[in-house]
Design a protein around this ligand. Sequence first.
Ligand SMILES: Cc1cc2nc3c(=O)[nH]c(=O)nc-3n(C[C@H](O)[C@H](O)[C@H](O)COP(=O)(O)OP(=O)(O)OC[C@H]3O[C@@H](n4cnc5c(N)ncnc54)[C@H](O)[C@@H]3O)c2cc1C
Length: 494
Amino acid sequence: MEKLQADVVIIGAGVTGTAIARELARYELEVVLVEKEADVACGSTKANTAIVHAGYDAHPGTWKAKLNVRGNAVFPQICRELEVPFKRTGSLVVALEEDQVPHLYELLERGHVNGVPDLEIIGRDELLRREPHLNPHAVAALWAPTAGIVNAWELTIAQAENAVENGVKLLLEQPVIRIEREGDRVRTVCTPDFAIATRFVVNAAGRHSDEIARLVGQEDFRITPRKGEYYVFDRRFGHMAGCPLFPVPTAVSKGILVTPTVEGNLLIGPNAQDLEDKEDLRTTPAGLKEVLTEALDMMPDLPLKDAIANFAGLRAVARPSNDFVLGPASGVPNFINAAGIQSPGLTSAPAVAEEIRDYLQAAGLELNGKKKFNPYRKRLVPFRELSREEQAELIAEDPRYGQIVCRCETVTEAEIVQALHRPVPCTTMDGVKRRTRAGMGRCQAGFCTPRVAAIMARELGLSLDEVTKKGGASQLLLARTKELLLAKGAEAHA
Ligand SMILES: Cc1cc2nc3c(=O)[nH]c(=O)nc-3n(C[C@H](O)[C@H](O)[C@H](O)COP(=O)(O)OP(=O)(O)OC[C@H]3O[C@@H](n4cnc5c(N)ncnc54)[C@H](O)[C@@H]3O)c2cc1C
């Protein structure tokens, strides 16, 4: 087992853990970010609605309410620094019935208390002028101009890349299995391959943050998963919604909404189903039917035959608080939780990172600014976004730009090669998909899978049967068909 030393070990490389890692990378500290999966952004951060909420929804006084508004305010700057596409679209909560209108005023009032700027209620005519595909019976809406859309995993990859470029050590495929204490202090974080002696631990393990807290004896919260299912529509239909269109929310969720994605798809979902199994990411006929039925209420002309994929995400609901669990574990002052981060956790991530930094400082961590901290990260510029002239120039420089690997999303061989050699290791098909969009288009990877796998094998020095979808035992190919036949033939003749 390899021994490492750290000032801070962060457990979990979702949007929360990577935001904290990037925040701590500003200081002269040894920071180790530990993730059990083969890539960053594989937990709740992988599958969500990706809305940067305005902040009128959460109850005043909760962490969710305080950090949503603060996080929202810094999104433009962070996304500029990290070159992550972010669109400040605004959002609408739509009352489809007259008796829902008082609820809009409640949300307006709550938003004022939470400090959300520029909220207003708009009437039917204005609403339908802005959103012509909305149900024509819609009555009124709450307009929140500060809401926006982003891509949660792109932000997370960018935060992780920037953290690594600024000195954070990232350990992938290393589940934390044990945390050793001396008296009331955490001393060592253990994974299968590493023992990391550390002064502080941050628990950002999402749905598993209660199990990590148990490793140091903290029993006062637990996490239950709440599933949300979605449909994604072809990129030709993103224009049908100008911004996220929410129904009036319920007690457990913000309701099933219709939203454009930052890449131009149309997305509907999520429903909300409380579960026991923290890994149950199956979509269900009943869940998808619920999503469709409610989304059709909002937008009756949804292009049903152009739905190209469905998926599910799992929220990490902290019990009993139903709020983020932030701060030191009772009786273990150098173990700091950033746990139970359900929605609006993506929006709140920058503010959560600042809170955790402050908790670490209060617990005795010295924060000396790093002179060489570089807040900027260069994006992998998608070939499809360039003009014909720019594309021609790139092809002249590197002919691999002339090889289109994913036809639906116009992803070139050069982009895939670059994605495989960036600061955060990209070793899986899903990793390539999340970095380049190869496989995210209409044919859902039917055409490009073997081509991407061949490029990965060549670039990473793997055999084809070592290429995995998402790490671990998720190989795409098990053996060469002819070899199997020859082996069977040899057996038969033996
Ligand atoms: C359906 C749905 C819709 C949502 N919509 C929105 C939205 O529109 N806007 C918004 O602001 N928020 C939204 N959210 C919430 C947002 O996605 C989450 O709050 C956020 O992604 C949580 O990030 P995280 O880093 O805390 O957790 P995660 O992304 O789950 O990351 C935790 C990480 O810890 C790792 N880990 C776990 N155990 C271990 C271990 N033992 N050792 C090492 N690593 C470990 C996991 O593999 C994972 O990568 C939504 C969530 C869902 C599920």
